[in-house]
Design a protein around this ligand. Structure first.
Ligand SMILES: [Zn+2]
Length: 328
């Protein structure tokens, strides 16, 4: 498929963090708003990681400049412009409500600003829904407060609840009451699992938490029975190839010191019949775009027909089911 054909495809993106989409120049602008001086050079230095925990540190650092509703409005507009540049017409965007609450911010006020900023992009052909995200290492109680915030915000555009962060921290069973509560609130449920953790993290998330999509889940490549289960139950993996290279998750799952993108299991997972939604995770922090991820899929040997099926799957497995792909 020609690069311009990939670029012009209508796309949906389902695994994308608002805070991971902040370009270096915007980080500087945010810092300046709060009287702090940060150079683009420093941001670029911090946007390079040796391992997953270093990435989490940078994520924490960037979010420290998000202090007021206006800051969230700014990064939402930036993200929306980026999505339009990728021909994304529908996105489910993860917001780290857990971090807002940790910093004692009013999540409702921030979310209101995000919604207002997003609304102006509807007329330009971009629809955005939201996933309220808790941070695993902050514990189950803090995650429950993220659900309280979702209830307070009472917006139909909050489609799901998820948990990210360090999947090796809090045991999965401790999160069960939180996911039961999310279901009771009518939210779809997802989680980051099998990114740096083993296949058992995916199994636990499916069996104990009833998750409907899994962030990353590339650990499945080491467990053929789990691959069968994902395919049989039609549980999608949100696969973000460049992210897995940049955080070292791919090398870890391959049990190597280093791994480049050509070793990514995307084609193997897809051809096993597992639903895949191709995503960027944190496009600014991982120096990628959604168009580039489709190009990666092509470099990995996926055919034109497979790329078209990939693009369609991101619409099919969106939580807003009534949304259908537009032509083009
Ligand atoms: Zn993620």
């Amino acid at each position: 498929m020609l690069p311009e054909t990939i670029a012009s495809l209508s796309k949906a993106e389902l695994h994308l963090h608002l805070e991971g989409s902040i370009q270096p120049s915007t980080v500087c602008a945010l810092a300046a708003r709060h009287g702090l001086e940060v150079t683009e050079q420093e941001v670029r230095r911090r946007y390079a990681y040796q391992n997953f925990l270093e990435f989490l540190e940078t994520f924490k650092w960037v979010t420290s400049f998000l202090r007021e509703p206006n800051d969230y409005a700014l990064v939402t507009r930036d993200l929306a412009e980026y999505l339009l540049s990728q021909r994304v017409v529908y996105a489910e965007i993860t917001i780290s409500i857990g971090v807002m609450l940790l910093r004692k911010q009013r999540a409702e006020a921030n979310f209101e600003a995000i919604l207002a900023a997003a609304e102006s992009f509807l007329s330009r052909g971009l629809r955005m829904n939201w996933i309220f995200d808790a941070v695993r290492q902050f514990g189950a109680e803090a995650a429950m407060r993220v659900l309280d915030a979702a209830k307070q915000c009472a917006s139909k555009s909050i489609v799901a609840f998820g948990i990210g962060g360090d999947e090796l921290s809090v045991p999965t069973r401790e999160l069960r009451p939180v996911y039961d509560q999310a279901a009771a609130l009518g939210l779809h449920r997802l989680i980051h699992a099998g990114e740096v953790g083993g296949p058992e993290k995916l199994r636990e998330a499916i069996e104990l938490l009833g998750v409907e999509r899994i962030g990353h889940g590339i650990a499945a490549m080491n467990d053929p029975a789990l691959m069968d289960l994902l395919a049989d139950r039609r549980i999608p993996l949100e696969v973000c190839p460049q992210s897995n290279v940049r955080t070292g998750a791919l090398a870890l799952q391959l049990r190597r010191d280093e791994a480049s993108i050509d070793k990514h299991p995307l084609p193997a997972l897809f051809r096993h019949g597992i639903p895949i939604v191709l995503s960027t995770d944190d496009p600014a922090m991982f120096h990628t775009t959604l168009v580039q991820e489709y190009e990666h899929a092509q470099q990995l040997g996926m055919t034109e027909n497979e790329l078209l099926r990939l693009a369609q799957m991101s619409f099919d497995f969106a939580f807003e089911r009534q949304h259908s792909r537009t032509a083009g």
